[in-house]
Write a protein that binds this ligand. Structure first.
Ligand code: PRP
Ligand code: URA
Length: 209
């Protein structure tokens, strides 16, 4: 559908997305499943990272190795994006972490910023934005604009569930950003919730239902 949209097809992801959708999954199991999916998203997304050759001394001899060319900066969109951070850090432990606080206004569905703290030198880093839900795309598009305004140019976006409306918005407004998703759903309802979706990801992660 879009050359910059990557749906991660993996049996463990499909199993875990089912757990995440299930209304009877409690916060403990929701967080655990989100972390496992984030591990796999991190592995898949980081296939795009550039490598620089390096030498490494084994106990026996010197050989060719590789290191990541660029620093990695993870940027969860608060709150729900926090549930993906540990899964990414398990795969890329050297990453720095910035935070963007955005909340959708329940009436207008427009994102409202309430927090921004991101490491320096975005311009030279692989910047990975994390948010489980891509619904209208308003929050993701706004957060990507902030990051670009502060210099980010190598940007990717990892999410759990993407709606066609949100994918289209990011494709139009940020054609340079690759989206990695664990599921692509059917549509949004009149309140901007993804169908079939999994409900409010922030509330389900933190038990604030
Ligand atoms: C959710 C989600 C995204 C946003 C997606 O956050 O985590 O940030 O909605 O919707 P959109 O694509 O239509 O903008 P929410 O505003 O509910 O805040 P929360 O994470 O604090 O619950
Ligand atoms: N945000 C959520 O948490 N869930 C949705 O379905 C849409 C936006």
């Amino acid at each position: 559908m879009n050359k910059n949209f990557f749906l991660i097809e993996h049996p463990i992801v499909k199993r875990d997305v089912t757990i995440l959708r299930d209304k009877n999954t409690d916060s403990e199991n929701f967080r655990a499943a989100l972390q496992r999916v984030s591990n796999i998203l991190a592995v898949e997304l980081s296939k795009e990272f550039k490598l620089t050759k390096t030498e490494v001394e084994t106990p026996l001899e010197t050989t060719q190795g590789a290191k990541l060319t660029h620093d990695v900066i993870l940027v969860p969109v608060l709150r729900a994006g926090l549930g993906m951070v540990n899964g990414f850090l398990q795969i890329i432990p050297e990453a720095k972490v910035g935070h963007i606080g955005l909340q959708r206004d329940e009436e207008t569905l427009k994102p409202v910023e309430y927090y921004y703290k991101v490491p320096k030198h975005l311009e030279s880093a692989e910047v990975v934005m994390l948010d489980p839900m891509l619904a209208t795309g308003g929050s993701a598009s706004e957060a990507l604009k902030y990051l670009k305004n502060r210099g980010a140019s190598k940007l990717a976006f990892a999410c759990l569930v993407a709606a066609p409306e949100g994918i289209e918005k990011i494709k139009t407004e940020h054609p340079d950003v690759k989206i990695f998703a664990a599921a692509m759903d059917r549509e949004l309802n009149t309140k901007g919730y993804i169908l079939p979706g999994l409900g409010d990801a922030g509330d389900r992660t933190f038990g604030t239902l």
